[in-house]
Design a protein around this ligand. Structure first.
Ligand SMILES: NC(=O)c1ccc[n+]([C@@H]2O[C@H](COP(=O)([O-])OP(=O)(O)OC[C@H]3O[C@@H](n4cnc5c(N)ncnc54)[C@H](OP(=O)(O)O)[C@@H]3O)[C@@H](O)[C@H]2O)c1
Length: 401
């Protein structure tokens, strides 16, 4: 087996790690030893060297990782990583946070590893780390690390330990830090939502939307949930029932929201307007958001966190002048960077609810990533997440590799 080539120092989040950690990467294509003859861990990463459509720019890169770990370093084996809309936008180059392209993995062109979220198991622990052990599960403290890879090195300061992994699956842990955290913070941090209050949201069947419904239910907060009309009426009905079972108070379609008189219906549901619709959550944008804002109570608050329709936000002028509606944005990456301790606490609280059966899994489409899984299959899985009306979120689930 041919061994080490020299590595140039790069500037990704990994660049904070000592150079000695990036030993000798080499391209390995054929026979694979789980642990190479010199104790090297053989690894694969889904990388991109320029921005574009995932199917055009992603490639699977094979490399090896040295067994000699610097003292504050961990070797992680990946268990599950979701494919979130932001991951795609990042690869397309239209997302504000852009991991720098580096040569750390020895790719022909400087590259970044795709993906921002995931659940990892610790395989080896540097001698200076006392708070983490082999077998612990961790998630990344911040987004932008590059998670779509079979193994990685990380500093202990890069990760958050899952204190109690009992009763949890890698998918539950690997999808907790972006969507559920976003829903949790948006319901907690903008208005003082009390038992009996309401919120209204679009994209209600998304990962964030489902999390918001369930947290609302747990906290006694009622919800009006807007979904897009499905191609078949029976599918729309099925989706409505699914969200009602999760704890949604009302579920309506976008076309119902847009009907004249919808806001009067909301007044009826809210006991003649005596109960307040204090918060609106918007991940869609476009004209329907204007109709959603009209359902907010006096001094309500619209929090925008996504733009799935790719349409500019349309807002009713009267909402600003006469109803004093507030408009804010939320970005979980910014929040996580500034609130590491609170992120850990939020994650643990949601995982406790999950363990207790009070927080149901999002529907997922699992994609097995084994050592032999071909690049084309992985690319197809990523590209396939770009359409609407999906049966579930794509999640890479890694074999014992
Ligand atoms: N700001 C933040 O910190 C933050 C954090 C997490 C997520 N987000 C954003 O939140 C949104 C949902 O993310 P997620 O991971 O929860 O989503 P997800 O589970 O992957 O589901 C995608 C959602 O987007 C909807 N959708 C897809 N194409 C659409 C279109 N053209 N017009 C309107 N809706 C469309 C889908 O509805 P259908 O089933 O009808 O297709 C579904 O509800 C995304 O915009 C994401 O970027 C933001």
């Amino acid at each position: 087996m041919s061994l080490p080539q020299t590595l140039r120092a790069g500037s990704s989040s990994l660049s904070a790690l000592p150079r000695a950690m990036f030993p000798k990467y080499t391209s390995l294509t054929c026979r694979r030893y789980k642990s190479g003859p010199y104790g090297y861990t053989q690894a694969k990463a889904f990388v991109y060297s320029k921005y574009g459509e995932p199917s055009d720019v992603l490639s699977l890169h094979t490399h090896s990782i040295s067994p000699s770990l610097p003292s504050s370093t961990l070797l992680l084996r990946t268990l599950a990583t979701p494919i979130n809309p932001a991951d795609i936008n990042q690869i397309q180059g239209v997302y504000p946070s852009k991991p720098p392209f580096t040569s750390l993995l020895g790719t022909q062109q400087p590259s970044a590893v795709a993906g921002n979220e995931g659940c990892f198991e610790i395989s080896s622990v540097g001698s200076g780390i006392k708070s983490l052990s082999k077998g612990d599960w961790v998630i990344m403290k911040n987004t932008g690390f590059g998670t779509w890879r079979t193994h990685t090195l990380a500093e202990d300061s890069n990760v958050l330990k899952i204190e109690n992994k009992d009763g949890l699956t890698p998918i539950q842990v690997g999808t907790v830090s972006v969507n559920p955290c976003t829903a949790y913070r948006m319901l907690k941090d903008f208005e003082d939502l009390k038992e009996g209050d309401w919120f209204i949201q679009n994209g209600a069947n998304s990962g964030v939307g489902r999390a918001a419904i369930q947290l609302g239910r747990e906290w006694g907060v009622k919800s009006i949930n807007v979904i897009r009309d499905r191609p078949e009426a029976s599918e729309t009905e099925q989706m409505k029932n699914e969200l009602l079972e999760l704890g949604a108070t009302k579920v309506v379609t976008e076309s119902e929201l847009m009907e004249k008189g919808f806001s009067e219906k909301v007044i009826e549901w809210t006991n003649g307007g005596r109960e307040q619709v204090k918060v609106g959550l918007n991940c869609v944008g476009g004209k329907p958001t204007s109709a959603l804002v009209k359902c907010l109570s006096q001094s309500g608050h619209l929090v925008t966190y996504g733009g799935m329709s790719k349409q500019p936000l349309q807002l009713p002028t009267a909402a600003l002048i006469f109803k004093d509606i507030k408009f804010s944005g939320f970005w979980v990456s910014r929040w996580s960077d500034a609130n590491a301790e609170e992120k850990k606490r939020t994650v643990e609280e949601i995982l406790d609810l999950t363990r207790e059966g009070k927080f149901k899994d999002i529907p997922v489409q699992e994609l097995k990533w084994e050592w032999g899984t071909e690049e084309g299959v992985l690319k197809e899985a990523v590209q396939g997440t770009l359409g609407g009306f999906r049966a579930g979120k794509g999640v890479f689930v890694y074999g014992d590799i």
